[in-house]
Design a protein around this ligand. Structure first.
Ligand SMILES: [Zn+2]
Length: 376
């Protein structure tokens, strides 16, 4: 539920050369945006004009924020509309180019001004970072993504669901994005702007080590992280989720390959775990019988859409210690091709009584209610 929209953007690493011959506009003079390309996206022209305006206005400020001299950032860059960004990514950046997802923009409502600007700032930060992708193992991804979010916070966007904080989805700075961004904001406020600038320089030279924080602030990174956890930007849920992730075998924000097996074992070990698994089996039974609201199983084998049934981690933590009846459990379901989730609350009153579906509803990634389903 707390998924951040910017958190789903990504860094492209392959060279992209397919736009030759499509509609484009060369931008005159020495403005930061050199050229803007369309690809079958004439109706997106107003959006392209907005992108052009925002990028030309913001890119110089962004470069000045990250570096004392803007020498390592590309002076100019291209904006390319493409339908080749995977999944629900709205935008991406690589090789000094900023990509916007034509498919996403055509199939969703026009983005609100502030939202669009935040996405562009995040991706422009990747353009300005201009890090050597060949030395990726020396450039921790959490600092790359955290710095891109730090940039959008510094340039005025601290409100909304992807604001600067460590919470359920990004519980540790090694998860990058808004949590690492919030941590960098804190370090800057406490120790000055050189912290981020030196970090940027070290990453650009592919010479980063955690020592950098000791030499810049006088304190080791672990101590700074402890210090940050006493601020209001670090939410109590982050600690619980991080502990759970460690128990499940996550490393630097990445789940293990056998997460499903580990999660089942973890659930079985909890006092209320068997009841939770029982409730999940009840929902799976409804899917088999085509009786779960919001789910229509495809009969076509070629149709590669899958449906995942899961537990939000904060729900799991609350529910798995509850034993005995009556019992209530909440799960989510998600199609692989859709950003929203459907939630199912089930309850069981007594040993003799079966599980019952109490409520089913569809919500946006930031938790806004979209639709209530009729429940029999
Ligand atoms: Zn990013």
């Amino acid at each position: 539920m707390k998924r951040a929209f910017v958190g789903r953007t990504f860094l492209l690493i392959w060279p992209v050369l397919w736009w030759a011959g499509c509609a484009s506009e060369r931008v005159s003079g020495s403005s930061p945006v050199r050229r803007i390309y369309y690809r079958g996206a004439a109706e997106l022209k107003p959006l392209a004009q907005r992108a052009l305006h925002i990028c030309n206005d913001t890119y110089p400020k962004l470069c000045a924020l990250l570096a004392e001299d803007a020498g390592t950032a590309p002076r100019r860059f291209d904006i390319i509309f493409t339908d080749r960004l995977p999944g629900n990514s709205q935008a991406g950046a690589a090789g000094g180019k900023l990509y916007l997802n034509t498919h996403y923009l055509k199939t969703n409502d026009p983005p609100a001004e502030a939202h669009f600007e935040q996405v562009l700032i995040h991706e422009m930060a990747h353009v300005a970072q201009n890090y050597d992708v060949g030395k990726r193992d020396k450039i921790p991804s959490w600092w790359v993504e955290g710095m891109a979010d730090y940039a959008r916070y510094k340039l005025g966007h601290t409100n909304g669901p992807a604001g600067p904080e460590c919470s359920a989805e990004y519980p540790h700075y090694k998860y990058g994005y808004q949590c690492a961004g919030a941590f960098l904001l804190h370090l800057e406020a406490s120790y000055g702007p050189m912290v981020v600038r030196r970090l940027h320089r070290a990453l650009h030279q592919a010479e980063y080590s955690d020592e950098l924080f000791l030499t810049t602030t006088g304190k080791p990174l672990d101590d700074l992280w402890m210090e940050f956890q006493n601020t209001s930007a670090f939410k109590p849920i982050a600690k619980r989720i991080y502990k759970l992730h460690n128990e499940l075998g996550y490393v630097n924000g990445k789940p293990p390959d056998d997460l499903g097996t580990r999660t089942l074992a973890w659930l079985k070990d909890r006092p209320g775990g068997p009841l939770t698994l029982d409730a999940a089996n009840f929902l799976k039974g409804l899917i088999e019988k085509d009786q779960l609201p919001g789910v229509v199983r495809s009969k076509k084998k070629k149709h590669k859409v899958s449906f995942t049934l899961g537990l939000e981690l904060d729900d799991a933590l609350k529910q798995v210690n509850a034993t005995g009846l009556p019992a209530s459990r909440t799960f989510y379901g998600q199609r692989s091709d859709e950003a929203f989730k459907i939630f199912y609350r089930v309850n069981r009153v007594s040993e003799e009584g079966p599980w019952k579906l109490e409520r089913a509803w569809r919500a946006t990634p930031d938790g806004q209610l979209l639709e209530e389903y009729r429940v029999e």
